[in-house]
Design a protein around this ligand. Structure first.
Ligand SMILES: *Cc1c(COP(=O)(O)O)cnc(C)c1O
Length: 233
């Protein structure tokens, strides 16, 4: 059995150290515990140990676990198909993976139907990797403008990125830094439905480097819950 509470303690220390390097405090960085493939029991252990936010990358997993998990903020962090938005619109507090106008328009419609405003992040693919979802850096500004003009039930809270894998995360720091630059640039846009607060970058193997580059939200799974075993699913 994985020592979830102990792992969280170690991660908090690493977050604190990395935040200091970039002139910030541990509290300036939100830890989202990524619970894909994990049971409600495991997630509840993490919540009892202080986790306030959890992330899932599949709509089905959110629906399966929602009732059995203690009150917590849910984040949709994975690729989201437009036809599934309706299942999670009243369950998640933020959607990190908005990468097209079509998806934003569907979120806007469903949020309107529930009478809510949905917080979203735009997923940027700063390394231009074919295999990853996300918008290219030069498309981001026009997507922001389009959403602000037409999606009155969406609030844009920032950017999200998944860096390419590297054995040495220092090698990919440049991608994080590039997204941070964009984040600073777009946060100056003056609009009532743009409130840049989150730069979602960093996973188990690269979160300290991402924080040093300016991330203020890290999505950490296996370092908390242990290696994932997809065969169990
Ligand atoms: C799985 C996942 C994570 C967490 O990955 P770990 O390597 O287990 O920390 C973070 N972000 C996204 C989008 C994911 O799908």
């Amino acid at each position: 059995m994985e020592d979830i509470r102990g792992n969280l303690g170690k991660i908090k220390e690493q977050i604190s150290a990395a935040a200091k390097v970039s002139g910030r405090k541990e509290d300036d960085v939100l830890l989202v515990a990524v619970s894909k493939t994990r049971t409600p029991e495991e997630i509840n252990i993490a919540i009892d140990a202080g986790v306030t936010d959890i992330g899932e990358n599949k709509v089905q997993e959110i629906m399966d676990k929602f009732e059995a998990v203690k009150p917590v903020k849910w984040h949709m962090i994975g690729h989201l198909q437009t036809n599934k938005v309706k299942y999670i619109i009243d369950k998640v507090s933020m959607i990190h993976s908005v990468d097209s106008y079509k998806l934003a328009a569907e979120i806007n419609k469903r949020a309107g139907g529930k009478g809510i405003t949905m917080d979203i992040l735009l997923q940027v693919n700063s390394a231009q990797e074919e295999s990853k979802f996300g918008i290219s850096t030069d498309e981001t500004e026009s997507l922001i403008k389009e959403i602000l003009e037409t999606c009155e039930n969406i609030r844009i809270k920032g950017l999200m990125c998944i860096a390419p894998y590297a054995d040495d995360p220092e090698e990919i720091k440049i991608y994080f830094e590039e997204v941070k630059k964009q984040y600073d640039q777009f946060s100056k846009i003056d609009h009532e439905r743009l409130d840049f607060k989150y730069l979602s970058m960093g996973m188990s193997h690269d979160f300290p480097v991402a924080i040093e580059a300016g991330s203020n939200l890290v999505r950490v799974g296996s370092a908390i819950f242990g290696e994932r075993d997809y065969s169990k699913k």
